[in-house]
Design a protein around this ligand. Structure first.
Ligand SMILES: [Zn+2]
Ligand SMILES: [Zn+2]
Length: 195
């Protein structure tokens, strides 16, 4: 499969690597769309210097193959269905992870992929293998919109942490993805409203 790897400031390489194998509890997803976030912009600009980086963590795609244990899960999306992914690696063991604050995990990077690239989402590729617990069905959404599931989840999480409720009047500063996603959320987002 083809994958894009950021190898240095201002440099992106297209590589040909094997389609990843999956374990029993994993799912292979054929990637439909992948967003470019601040992390990718920082890597490309040289403000963040973790090279070579297999970046891209705002991902949607179609389930291609399901491991045996994952297939037995009740709500496992079927082969062919569109899913949103949580592609960012977390250690699961640091203080932040153990407290449920995985967004500030001390391990900012994942593992080294076969081609030596450090996984930081690894969504700029044709396929990705992930644990079944990090794959969610999104019905017949537009794949490009489904790829925004990750930033939207961050927005909902930050609104919950802020203690906002439906109907609250808020000021949103900025006009990028997070700000745009935040704007309608207090009024329209059920997770926030149900708190
Ligand atoms: Zn992001
Ligand atoms: Zn951690």
């Amino acid at each position: 499969m083809r994958t894009a790897v950021i190898t240095a400031a201002g440099q992106v390489e297209t590589r040909e690597i094997p389609v990843p194998d999956i374990g029993d509890s994993e799912v292979l997803v054929r990637i439909a769309a992948c967003g470019i976030c601040t992390m990718e912009a920082n890597l490309y600009a040289g403000r963040m210097t973790v090279y070579p980086a297999a970046a891209g963590h705002e991902i949607s795609g179609w389930v291609e193959r399901i491991g045996a244990k994952a297939a037995a899960l009740e709500d496992m999306p079927a082969v062919g269905s569109l899913v949103a992914l949580d592609g960012l690696p977390r250690c699961g063991a640091c203080r932040s992870c153990r407290r449920g604050q995985t967004a500030i995990c001390v391990a900012l990077q994942g593992h080294k992929r076969e081609d030596g690239a450090i996984t930081m989402g690894a969504g700029l590729a044709e396929y990705i293998a992930l644990p079944a617990s990090r794959v969610w069905s999104v019905g017949d959404a537009d794949p490009a919109v489904a790829a925004m599931g990750e930033p939207l989840a961050c927005v909902v999480h930050s609104l919950r942490r802020g203690g906002f409720r439906a109907g609250d009047r808020v000021t949103v500063i900025g006009a990028a993805t997070w700000a745009i996603s935040t704007s309608p959320s207090p009024r329209s987002s059920r997770p926030v409203a149900s708190r």
